[in-house]
Design a protein. Structure first.
Length: 256
């Protein structure tokens, strides 16, 4: 039996019973608060952002350090499948959303009608081996900031905030760097793929998500780098709203 969603797991917008639900997963080191404004800017969806331990309102809780335990936690505590819904993830959040979807299929639970991934290569592609999660706090934050940016200036300027940020970053990078893609049957649902034209993630790496589903794949790139969705959010939200409109016309995917 599934456990009811605990309040600490979700940061939610206003109830919209007639609208599809949108569950968002943040980037590495990110918090649900990153997407809270979307609850207002996406009136066609009931918004929920998943708050993982070790950040925001769950700062005192131990972080996840493996994808398997993270996904188990999400499936146990977030009520996915109670109504037509979509999953969105940016960067590491894309990988989490994908693996959550695969785990739902294995469990025979209703799948999302749409998977929206952002700023992350298709996970079956070869990756450069890294061990950033083993670095001291200062070096970890410097390496992440240099590669992807996205760490607020006030965090970089404060020793206390850097220490807090490093805890979530370290756990998330351990999840990422110890992750190993397992071959399996492709999903049977549409995937919308977003990316920044100036990001290190290439158009070819984004397009490769097509190999992971038998459904339609739509790739859209926007001006900006890895955090393009912060730089010019309006066109991103319009495209996301279009993907959510499609959820209304799709039946919920049956378990495979």
């Amino acid at each position: 039996m599934r456990t009811a969603a605990l309040p600490r797991w979700l940061v939610s917008g206003a109830p919209r019973p007639a609208a599809p639900k949108l569950y968002c997963f943040a980037h590495g080191g990110g918090s649900a608060a990153e997407y809270l404004r979307w609850a207002r800017d996406l009136p066609g969806a009931e918004f929920h952002a998943v708050q993982l331990p070790g950040r925001g309102s769950r700062l005192a809780e131990p972080v996840f350090t493996s994808m398997d335990t993270l996904v188990e936690g999400v499936l146990a505590h977030v009520p996915l499948g109670t109504a037509p819904y979509a999953l969105f993830g940016h960067s590491l959040g894309s990988l989490i959303a994908y693996e959550v979807t695969r785990a739902l299929r294995t469990a025979g639970r209703p799948l999302p009608a749409q998977l929206v991934v952002s700023g992350y290569p298709a996970p079956h592609l070869p990756r450069v081996s890294q061990e950033l999660h083993t670095l001291p706090d200062a070096e970890l934050i410097e390496a992440v900031s240099r590669t992807h940016g996205g760490i607020p200036e006030e965090v970089l300027a404060s020793a206390e905030l850097r220490e807090l940020a490093a805890t979530a970053l370290r756990g998330d990078y351990q999840v990422l760097e110890t992750y190993s893609w397992r071959a399996g049957e492709p999903l049977a649902l549409p995937i919308t793929v977003f990316g920044g034209r100036g990001d290190q993630v290439t158009a070819e790496q984004l397009q490769a998500w097509q190999e992971l589903t038998t459904g339609e794949v739509t790739v859209r790139q926007f001006p900006g780098g890895h955090f393009y969705l912060r730089e010019q959010p309006a066109p991103v939200l319009r495209s996301l709203a279009g993907a959510l409109r499609a959820v209304r016309t799709q039946e919920r995917s049956a378990p495979c």
